[in-house]
Design a protein around this ligand. Structure first.
Ligand code: SF4
Length: 108
């Protein structure tokens, strides 16, 4: 079973096997849990704010104002935003150098 990797979608997307897709997810969750490759608190807060106002952010069941999962890439956002090397599949996060990318509300 092949899935589209949204991380690679800028180049047209690459089909990845379910095993690769799941492995990437497990690796990301472990990194977040163990605090490896951790982004600074300012970056985490900015990413969460952007996800919370994004149309791709699926609200949490406990608090509907907070986004739990990204519909664009399928990632769990509370973990994804903490990993420095993660990127927004739609380019809504600032990069590590602080260069602003577009915000979700700026889309037509
Ligand atoms: S598309 Fe980007 S900003 Fe929107 S929920 Fe997903 S990771 Fe967050």
């Amino acid at each position: 079973m092949a899935r589209r990797c949204r991380k690679c979608s800028k180049g047209g997307g690459q089909a990845v096997s379910l095993r690769v897709f799941l492995w990437r997810g497990v690796k990301g969750l472990l990194k977040a849990r163990l605090g490896l490759d951790r982004a600074c608190e300012d970056v985490i807060a900015d990413r969460l704010a952007r996800c919370n106002e994004c149309a791709y952010g699926t609200p949490c069941l406990k608090d509907r104002k907070v986004a739990c999962r990204c519909q664009a890439c399928g990632c769990w956002l509370q973990s994804k935003v903490k990993i420095k090397s993660e990127t927004c599949p739609e380019g809504f996060w600032e990069d590590e150098q602080g260069d602003a990318e577009q915000r979700p509300e700026e889309l037509g």
